[in-house]
Design a protein around this ligand. Structure first.
Ligand code: REL
Ligand code: ZN
Length: 460
């Protein structure tokens, strides 16, 4: 058993964590068959929005965001490389990440020499065969499969799915992104419906979603909730009552359409007409939840992001809400017990509450340390807290990678933290006199790295 000595235990844990075949629950990766949307290589790594944001801490006044973004990707990459890797030490998590990637690709020497030309030469070798590079990265990172973010509202992406879905590597699985439905963004929805020949009604929107589910075959629906996202405490299905406040932030303040049943409203003559979508439409309960119930699909929520804190920085300018309202998650789980939810929070301040809520709802699965909490110190604290309150019944991490190569660093760094947490937690448990075998350890690591997710989804 691993209980013999601390150093022996560390060895067991290290080896089990290193060998875990990870399920990456949320990424922005797209397969090499998606052409330009498939990001890989050094220039993409260096222009990752985390690094662009960091670069602007160092940029001379003349290099405004507008000036930088006008340059080619290659030029932007060179500027970031010079500022963050040559003129300064790559000590932040995002810069260290690039170093880990280079190291893992056998480019340690070029990194020591800060030789960007040499690094670029390495990548040239794979230019003509991206599938080989793709497979190598997944295998090297020890990732079984990664879940993508597939956006039907994005015309660039749509062309890869329709008229005919391009077959893609089994290393990827789909998640259908539906942010406009949670943001009450009726403009985007209406545009998508009319462009594709659907009626601008609740039924039309449901059909639009159903058809995308059939095309993308997602594991789950997903969205990151807007800052104003709120769910009222009313009961669903009971028609309108005074407390029946719905989602605020472009949404209905009462279940108006709900009072007349399935997506319909009463016309002047009492006849039942299809409900037209307007800013009062309850797209969450009348469209998204309905389709999820029909198709048996969970909804994954990412809670606490404020977009465009500094809009000039584009995606590098998105930020974090200091404290998100966790009530919305509690209410969703309580109101829709037949729907499964997955959730992750952006603010460190929400993490404890999130764990407590998870312990109350069997239809909720907690996953990962998202974006601004995806740093070793925070992953360690959050994961420890989660193990203490949930055992191994959560998914300890997701990568959120945008660039394929990032799988190498995000998972290497996160595995390192998981080792530290597990050594401590296993030690405490073994001290109680509990028998703990390598097989137990293997099972626990598996749970934390994708097994609990699959169990929650009912895939096992
Ligand atoms: O999926 C999301 O909403 C976020 O993870 C992204 O918007 C974000 O830019 C991500 O790349 C951060 O890691
Ligand atoms: Zn993301």
């Amino acid at each position: 058993t691993p209980s013999t000595s601390s150093s022996e235990m560390l060895g067991w844990v290290k080896s089990e964590v290193a060998n875990a075949d990870i399920i990456d629950l949320h990424t922005h990766l797209l397969p090499s068959t998606h052409g330009m949307l498939h990001l890989r290589g050094i220039d993409e790594l260096l222009t990752y929005h985390y690094l662009i944001a960091e670069y602007f801490l160092t940029a001379p006044v003349a290099v405004t965001p507008e000036v930088l973004y006008k340059k080619t990707k290659q030029k932007q990459a060179e500027i970031v490389w010079q500022a963050l890797f040559v003129d300064r030490s790559p000590m932040s998590e995002a810069t260290r990440g690039v170093c880990t990637v280079l190291q893992r690709l056998g480019l340690g020497e070029a990194l020591r020499r800060k030789d960007l030309v040499e690094i670029r030469k390495f990548y040239q070798k794979y230019r003509a065969n991206p599938e080989i590079f793709e497979e190598m990265i997944f295998a090297e990172a020890g990732v079984r499969y990664a879940i993508m973010t597939n956006i039907p509202f994005d015309s660039n992406e749509v062309s890869h799915w329709r008229p005919k879905t391009k077959p893609y590597s089994g290393r990827y699985r789909s998640a259908l992104r539906v942010d406009p439905l949670l943001a009450g963004d009726t403009k985007t929805l209406e545009k998508a419906l009319s462009l594709n020949g659907y009626k601008n009604t609740l039924e039309g929107a449901k059909q639009y979603l159903r058809d995308w589910v059939d095309t993308m075959k997602p594991e789950y629906m997903m969205a990151s909730t807007p800052k104003e996202f709120r769910i009222g405490d009313g009961k669903v299905g009971g028609g309108v009552n005074e407390d029946d406040m719905n989602v605020v932030g472009g949404f209905a303040e009462a279940t108006k359409s709900g009072a007349f049943g399935e997506g319909c409203c009463e016309g002047d003559g009492g006849e039942v007409l299809p409900t037209i979508i307007d800013e009062d439409s309850d797209l969450l309960s009348e469209v998204l939840i309905k389709v999820c119930e029909e198709k048996g699909l969970p909804i994954a929520l990412k809670i606490g992001c404020v977009r465009g804190v500094n809009p000039r920085l584009k995606s590098a300018g998105d930020g974090v809400v200091a404290f998100a309202d966790t009530e919305c998650l509690t209410r969703l789980c309580a109101r829709f017990p037949n729907v499964k939810f997955l959730a992750t929070f952006l603010s460190l301040n929400n993490q404890h509450e999130a764990i407590v809520i998870t312990s109350k709802f069997p239809n909720l699965h907690l996953y990962g340390c998202w974006w601004f909490v995806n740093n070793p110190s925070m992953i360690k604290d959050i994961t420890t807290m989660r193990v203490e309150m949930l055992g191994c019944n959560f998914t300890f991490q997701h990568s959120d990678c945008r660039v394929l190569d990032q799988l190498l660093y995000k998972w290497a760094h996160s595995r390192g933290v998981l080792c530290k947490v597990l050594v401590e937690e296993v030690k405490k448990m073994v001290e109680t006199g509990c028998r703990y075998t390598v097989r137990d350890l293997r099972r626990d690591v598996k749970m934390l790295t994708g097994g609990a997710y699959e169990e929650f989804m009912g895939n096992v």
